[in-house]
Structure formats: structure tokens, C-alpha cells
Design a protein around this ligand. Sequence first.
Ligand code: NAG
Ligand code: NAG
Length: 228
Amino acid sequence: MKIRQTFLLILVSSLGSLALEDLKQKTLVFPEASNTAHVILRPVRQQPLTNFTVCLRSYTDLSRGHSLFSYATRKAYNELLVYKHKPNQYSLYVGGSMVTFSIADNPVPKPLWEHICVSWESVTGIAELWLNGVSLPRKGMKRGYTIGPEASIVLGQEQDSFGGGFDINESFTGEISDVFMWDRVLSSQEVVSVRYGDRLSNYLIDWQSLNYEIKGYVVVKPSTFSSS
Ligand SMILES: *[C@@H]1O[C@H](CO)[C@@H](O)[C@H](O)[C@H]1NC(C)=O
Ligand SMILES: *[C@@H]1O[C@H](CO)[C@@H](O)[C@H](O)[C@H]1NC(C)=O
């Protein structure tokens, strides 16, 4: 028994950065604006993408623009980017093109965790954004395009080069949690169940089995989010 545990320990530590972590009920806190602090995410597998969905929860008091999810390839830095320009306005970039989703101002501003899912499918170019489980009017771009497989995926900063080119004025401050990615377009029912914490299958990025690396001032803390 002792020997087996020691063997496992050696095995786990030799895997090093491949260690997968379950961040359920944890959040990444980005405490201050910088052009350095970020988190690198490594997907389960690298593949060309003709369909995808990305979901995450974010909590911020920023009113300026900031990046929520930056997936860069060597060919296109905005290969897949989820960007919030200001409260109530979000953009999705695919292959450098962009569509914007806007919602009417909230009548009573209050601090709220936001659950966002974005999807895109190549065959129709249709892009979709769900905010707190509600689908905004769909847009379209980049019909027939294929997203490149070798990506640098970064939270907390917007990449203007592969893995770098960060701008403090586009950095994220606040909290990000429950980041997931799939190589298909989720249904509205699936988005709602993801929002409530249900498990799906075939993740490219799985918050509950995450290969990630923190660079600079980013702290993992228990989440303050509660779905009630
Ligand atoms: C992507 O989605 C389209 C439309 O739903 C489907 O026809 C196609 O087979 C999917 N492609 C892959 C690679 O899953
Ligand atoms: C960031 O924004 C501030 C205020 O608008 C500006 O003074 C500063 O030059 C900007 N910094 C960069 C790196 O663009």
C-alpha cells in the first residue's frame, strides 16, 4: 500500500504541468489591472474547429472593454475571442471577424455574476450568445471558415500576438469561473443545464478537470457565486 502510494506520487509529480485540477466551486480572482497577469488554459486535445461552444461565469465592476476568453493562433490573434466592450455589449470574434450582441441597459444596476455561453458553426456561420441562459438575437459571420487547432488560450488578457501582446486597458479584473469548451454547438436546454452546474460530456476545456497555468497576480479562491 505504502509503495503504491509512493509510486502514484512520483507518477503524479512527473506529469508536472499535465496535472488536472478540479476547480468546482472555485474562482480565479484577477485582483488588479496589469498587462501581465493571466491564466493559460490547455485544451484536452487540439483540433481544427468548425463548431464550438464556450461557457464561463464572470464577475466584474469594469465599465471599460475587457477580454473574457482569448484563443489565438499564429495566423490570427483574434481567432476566437469573447470580448465585453462595456456593460451590456459583447462581441464574438472568429477568424478576425466580429459580431456584437447588445442588450438594453439593466434598469437597476446591481452586482451580478454573469453566465455567458457563445457558439458558432461554420456551415451556416451562425453565432449565438446566451446571457444568463437567454439567447440573444443570433448573428452570423465567417461561413465555411475553420478555426486553427494550435492555439494559445488565455484568460485575463487579450492577445495581440501568440501568447502575448497584452494591453492593460483590455485586461480583466474581477473573477472568472466555470470555464468550459466543446467542439459542438450546445442546445439552449444544454446551456441552461450548464448554467446550473450540470455535467455534459466531451469537453475540450473542463473546469472540473483543468490543465492550466497561472502567470502573475491571479489567485484561486472559493467561489462567492451561488445559483440560488
Ligand atoms: C458541425 O455542425 C454541423 C451542423 O450542426 C454538422 O453538420 C457538422 O457535422 C458538424 N461538424 C463537426 C466536425 O462536428
Ligand atoms: C490606458 O488608458 C489610459 C486612460 O485612458 C491611457 O492614459 C493609457 O495611455 C492607456 N495605456 C495603454 C497602454 O494604452
